[in-house]
Write a protein that binds this ligand. Sequence first.
Ligand code: PMP
Length: 362
Amino acid sequence: MRLADLPIRDELRGKEPYGAPQLDVPVALNTNENSYPVPGPVVDAIVAAVRAEASGLNRYPDREATALREDLAGYLGHGLTVHDVWAANGSNEVLQELLQAFGGPGRTALGFTPAYSMHPILALGTGTAWVDGRRNDDFSVDAESAAADVRKHDPDVVFLCSPNNPTGTALGLDVVDAVLAESRGMVIVDEAYAEFARAGTPSALTRLGADHRLVVTRTMSKAFALAGARLGYLAAHPAVVDAIQLVRLPYHLSSLTQAAARAALAHTGVLLATVEAIKEQRDRIVAELGVRGLPVVPSDANFVLFGGLGDQRAVWQRILDHGVLIRDVGLTGYLRVTAGTPAETDAFLAALDAALDEKGQQ
Ligand code: PMP
């Protein structure tokens, strides 16, 4: 009895699940997590908050997650309120809910590949057709070609990702404006890595008032170092939040998750203190790879995409053999590495040098 023997939906036959390797290695720089553990005082606050909820677990959680959404709106600023914000178990769930509400059978989503690999997978799972838009050779997207892709495909949902995973490329707001102007559907700007952007990089949050079809998604998994807590959120017009109520599971966000996220948000300053240190390592990796003559994509995120590797799968394996796990995102000649602690950068560079030496010897 195998999967293929089940009466599974035709479009899922032969498909691969999302599957970044979860290996037990000394240095894991493959899923853009924050390498810094949650600091002690924040751990204490989270434990106290979760403890306070424990005896009430006989009751369902606040279905609306109102207090948490208020806190998230306060963090985002831009005059946003609880009505403009929605939260779920990771931004993956938020994105899935958006596709459940605005995509679906007979509808189309457009993304600018290579971008976050879950966007097309979520489209598949929700029965939404997927079309690829074009990026330039340097992985940038410009307003004219983005608008032309929208004209050509007339999508119901457009995914923009800024800074983009896996390239680290941030988008100009001219692209967001052009896509909004050209399309009749929803425009989702996935800003999972926004906190790592270099100074002067604009956020689509500044455009929210201008168009009710614009949605900005964020997460506590990266800058806030809370990937394990599973908390993502969106900011949009309150009507978008209303639309999501039609598809969200009741009580989707456990009271433990809500309490933990609120306790963390009360310590935003402490948690985000690692962001500058990570950006330093990111810029160091970019500089060091440049010194080695490898083409590097400028990054506004907590990771770096670099090329010039030929058979990237073989280089990935050799780096792994030296105890450092990075990511093969399926782009020929390229690999992606997460920026972590200074010691992790040292380990990555040493493993890379060893891997490239071995490659030269072959
Ligand atoms: N968007 C992007 C661009 C990502 O890279 C990720 C995680 N890798 C996510 C969304 C989802 O993150 P989470 O579900 O942890 O919020």
